[in-house]
Design a protein around this ligand. Sequence first.
Ligand code: MG
Ligand code: ZN
Length: 219
Amino acid sequence: MSTRRVPVIERIMGANDTQAADNRRIFDEHGVHVVNIMAAPGAGKTSLILETVRRLQGELRIGAIEGDVASTVDTDKVRAGGAPAVQINTGGGCHLDAKQVAQSLNEFPLDEVDLVFIENVGNLICPVGFALGEHTRVAISSVPEGDDKPYKYPKIYANVDALVINKIDLLPYLPFDLEAFQKLVRSLNPDIELFPVSCVTGEGMDAWTSWLQNLARAE
Ligand code: MG
Ligand code: ZN
C-alpha cells in the first residue's frame, strides 16, 4: 500500500524544489539574503525577529514573510517594529511551501531590504522538508520546551545551519542542561552554529546579529 504513495510524494517534492529554485533566483537578483526560521509554537520566532530588527536598525534593512495557519498578528507586530512584512495564511497547512512564498513576493518590496526572515508555521516536523528558496536555515529551541527535543525531532536539528537557543534568562528556573543540550545537537549536526540568547536581557544577541550581518554582506 505504501509503495503506491511514494511516487506521488516524490512528484510533489519535485515541484516544490523547482519553485524553490525559482524563488532563490529572484532573491539573488535582488541581492537579498533569506533566512528560513523554523520552531515549535511559542519558541519566540516573532520575538527574535523583532529584537533583531530593533538591534540592526540603520545597519541592515530587514523584512519578514510571516507564515501562520491563520491571522495577521505577527505581521502587524513586525510592521509596527518598522520592518516591511507580508502574511501567508496556510489555512490549516502545517508548513510553508515554495509556491506560497512565490505568491507572497508579489506584494513584498525586495528592493528595499538586505535580509528577509521567513517565519515558518510553528511546527518541528515537516517545515524542514520543504525548501522555500532560502539561503540559510535556522531553528529556534527555547528553554521552556525542555532539553530533550533533539531526541524526539532529530531531522530538524540535523538539517539547519544554525540553532538559536532562546529564553536562556529562564535557565536558573528550569531543568534545562544547556551543555548537554548543545552536545546532543552537535552529535546530530557537527557543523551547526549555536546561539544561546535571551531577547529579554539581550545576552548572546550580539553574536547572533554579527552572524546575520556577515551572511547579508556575503550576498
Ligand atoms: Mg510568530
Ligand atoms: Zn506540514
